[in-house]
Design a protein around this ligand. Structure first.
Ligand code: ADP
Ligand code: ZN
Length: 731
């Protein structure tokens, strides 16, 4: 890369700040000057704000009034590649550039001077009195030679209190020193080799390595059944990338998965990589941000926002479970991390690996069209084989009301318990019952702020709105007719299912895995580990269990309601049901024991259910693709959602109608506009919601047309407008 342009003291520079200003501002370069891309602190009114030197000043303002940059931060300047990524990602998602810069600077204390921390190493004095605890502390320090530890690390390793260490410091036997807190991550050992690969795996790894050696952009869809060793294979690609001296990023859809993954990285490379997600402490976030920019971090494992880190030389992005919904951010900036990964890689000349057992139709279609390379891994590793899948036809099961586990499924669970194996009952609904109804007056309890029914959580003894999170104690009387003891749960949630299972299998140890039943990510991780080690006979789980965890003793998956996802009119209902069912079924039989998956369904003839059972994925994708192509729907056409919301129930509809009347710029590109119509969830947090949907032909300049269409619009007071390019869900 060329040397960045440099501005000498006093020269005019144009600065993009993280403030929502709609424009960049001129400042004077400070003493010592500043480089293009430098992260700076600048005065804005009475405040000091964060910004980036975006280019030479425009000079359209009285020089005498222009204030100097306050200071240049001691971090690597933003590279052209990241700058271009932010601009293009902002243009694609119609997000203002200042919001993009905020995404790229989400590390606290970047403007603080480097903070110091105290570390402890071996001194040369002998303490006048030795105790067992003191001996242990000195033994730890001797064992690790010249290494320094933090107080807590050292005390923990020696199994003693920090006062013992402090005592040794007074004696000169241990030295206390201050070092900068933001230190580089330990180097990963690239000479170690991974597990010996099978033929299939080796072929896949060889192709990925070849892509990396080309040092140019390219995306590969790595499709392989759960347990086929995709992770082992892409770790080989990571190793190759790091050997080439470039950095790698692995994105995971769920924080709960990072712990298991970090352990695997440590086993593979002998050290832990940098971590970036909401569960990481603020200090660690700052360290990760700085080290990524300085090259002090080779590998980052993280959530979607890690895509905006200031990598020095990013050579590989892995998007694991690429079909996962959580890659699409649904609040704040609406971006799809999978698509943005491809964009960033194209700009910086990196490779992308999209790994999944059940790819999204988008990625499948890109591979079909030859835009992505596709690698298929069909065998599970070792003795593990794919589970048998079959349906339980609920129309011929004797079910009593308020019960959900069919006699056939009960029999299968019993057999597993007798063999000391585990069974999973899967239901993608948190809480006790999705609906609470008054048997006297028929009133259904809804959230006061949303048009969503309140979900009973018996464990918490509360009603919870899954839309806005609002909760209240379970009422004793019907809020409408005030009758007592008439409120009845309707339908099943995992808590209710657990209750039924406990009645049916009084001797079983039952564990419920639902994200809301664990206080923290750590507790959840511990829970999952205990279950994996055999701490439960029956696991009751929501979609949390579908995501990549390993349960070696699990041999039966019972899907309580396979029809659940097929209701509703979502474009992706079939695709999602297909993916979720296959993912869940993939949990069974991951070690030597063969697994089975049983789907309880009232419509065993439904094409999606049949495709799931047949396991004929290619024909499922073909059929789904044909339908979408015929309808001009994504990925063969483009969609954008416009959500208007306001506390006033009428205003969004009126405003939407005005927008619809002036849709000339949309028609110019051959796009159609639908709506305004009440959004599927018509009220959230007290705001009434109306949506418009733009449908455009595949190659049309959708973003430009929308910008042109909305530019003249003046939003009424309290009205919010959000544009969602390529919407994933319709709510
Ligand atoms: P996937 O990511 O496709 O679900 P993993 O890479 O997690 O599959 O592999 C599944 C399990 O099999 C893991 O426990 C992994 O360590 C093990 N495994 C896969 N390939 C090998 C191999 N070549 N040698 C040893 N163990 C392997
Ligand atoms: Zn609500």
């Amino acid at each position: 890369m060329d040397q960045p342009e440099f501005f000498a003291e006093g020269a005019l520079v144009n600065v993009l700040t993280t403030q929502p200003l709609d424009r960049t501002l001129d400042y004077r370069a400070p003493e010592g000057g500043c480089a293009q891309g430098a992260y700076v602190q600048v005065p804005l009114g009475p405040r000091q704000v964060l910004g980036v030197v975006w280019g030479p000043g425009r000079g359209d303002f009285d020089y005498a009034k222009i204030r100097p940059v306050t200071r240049v931060l001691n971090v690597a300047p933003m590279r052209d590649e990241l700058r271009e990524f932010l601009i293009r990602a902002g243009e694609y998602t119609l997000t203002p550039i200042d919001s993009m810069l905020r995404l790229a600077t989400r590390a606290p204390g970047l403007s603080d001077p480097p903070s110091m921390q105290k570390v402890y190493r071996l001194g040369d004095q002998t303490p006048d009195r030795m105790t067992d605890a003191r001996t242990r502390v000195l033994a730890v320090l001797e064992e690790y030679g010249g290494l320094a530890f933090t107080l807590k690390e050292l005390a923990d390793m020696a199994g003693t209190s920090s006062s013992v260490v402090k005592g040794l410091v007074t004696q000169g036997a241990v030295l206390e020193e201050a070092t900068p807190r933001d230190t580089p991550y330990p180097a990963l050992d690239l000479d170690r080799s991974g597990k010996p690969l099978t033929g299939d795996q080796e072929n896949a790894a060889t192709r990925l390595r070849a892509g990396l050696q080309s040092e140019s952009y390219g995306t590969t869809l790595l499709r392989g059944v759960t347990g086929s060793g995709k992770t082992e294979v892409y770790l080989e690609a990571v190793a190759e990338c790091l050997k080439l001296g470039r950095q790698a990023l692995v994105l995971l859809p769920e924080i709960a998965l990072t712990a298991e993954f970090l352990t695997r990285v440590e086993a593979r490379f002998g050290a832990r990589p940098a971590e970036w997600h909401s569960g990481v402490t603020m200090t660690e976030r700052r360290r990760a941000w700085k080290m990524v920019g300085q090259g002090g971090a080779q590998l980052v494992v993280g959530a979607r926002s890690a895509l905006f880190l200031p990598f020095r030389d990013l050579g590989l992005i892995v998007v694991d479970e690429e079909h996962d919904n959580s890659y699409k951010q649904e609040d704040g900036s609406l971006y799809n991390a999978r698509d943005m990964a491809v964009l960033r890689a194209a700009i910086c000349g990196a490779r992308v690996v999209l790994a999944s057992a059940t790819p999204s139709l988008e990625s499948w279609a890109n591979a079909e069209a030859g835009k992505y390379e596709r690698i298929d891994m069909t065998d599970r590793f070792g003795p593990a084989i794919l589970p048998d899948m079959s349906a339980i036809d609920m129309r011929s099961e004797a079910m009593s009301s308020g019960k959900w586990i069919s006699p056939s499924l009960q029999g299968e669970v019993r057999q597993r318990m007798e063999k000391g194996e585990q069974a999973l009952l899967f239901l993608n609904r948190r809480g006790y019952a999705p609906v609470t109804l008054c048997r006297a007056c028929g009133e259904q309890i809804e959230c006061e702020h949303c048009s969503a029914s309140m979900v009973e959580h018996r464990f918490l003894k509360r009603l919870v709105c899954h839309q806005c999170g609002e909760s209240r104690p379970m009422p004793e009387k019907c809020p409408s007719c005030e009758a007592e003891g008439t409120l009845a749960p309707i339908g099943p949630g995992v808590e209710r299912l657990a209750e039924e299972a406990a009645e049916l299998f009084p001797d079983a140890r039952i564990a419920t895995l639902s994200s809301d039943l664990f206080g923290s990510a750590r507790a959840l991780k511990a829970g999952i580990e205990a279950i994996a080690q055999g701490g439960a006979d029956i696991i009751i789980g929501t979609q949390l269990v579908a995501k990549g965890h390993n349960f070696p003793l699990l041999t039966l998956v019972g899907v309580i309601d396979a029809d659940l996802g097929l209701q509703g009119s979502d474009l992706r209902a079939a695709e999602r049901t297909f993916q979720l069912m296959r993912q869940v079924a993939g949990r069974a039989g991951r070690s030597e024991r063969k697994g089975a998956a049983l789907l309880q369904t009232y419509q065993p003839e439904h094409p999606v259910i049949r495709a799931i059972l047949d396991g004929d994925e290619e024909s499922f994708w073909q059929a789904e693709a044909d339908q979408r192509r015929a309808a001009g729907m994504p990925p063969y056409g483009r969609l954008a959602g416009i959500i208007l919301s306001s506390p006033d129930p009428q205003a969004p509809f009126q405003f939407g109608t005005t927008l619809a009347r002036h849709d000339g710029p949309l028609r110019e590109i051959g796009a159609q506009l639908f709506g305004p119509a009440a959004a599927p969830i018509a009220r959230i947090r007290g705001r009434h919601r109306v949506r418009l949907l733009v449908k455009a032909p595949k190659g049309a300049p959708l973003q430009q047309a929308i910008t042109k269409w909305l530019a003249p619009a003046r939003l009424p007071k309290d009205m919010r407008l959000a544009v969602d390019i390529d919407p994933q869900s319709f709510y």
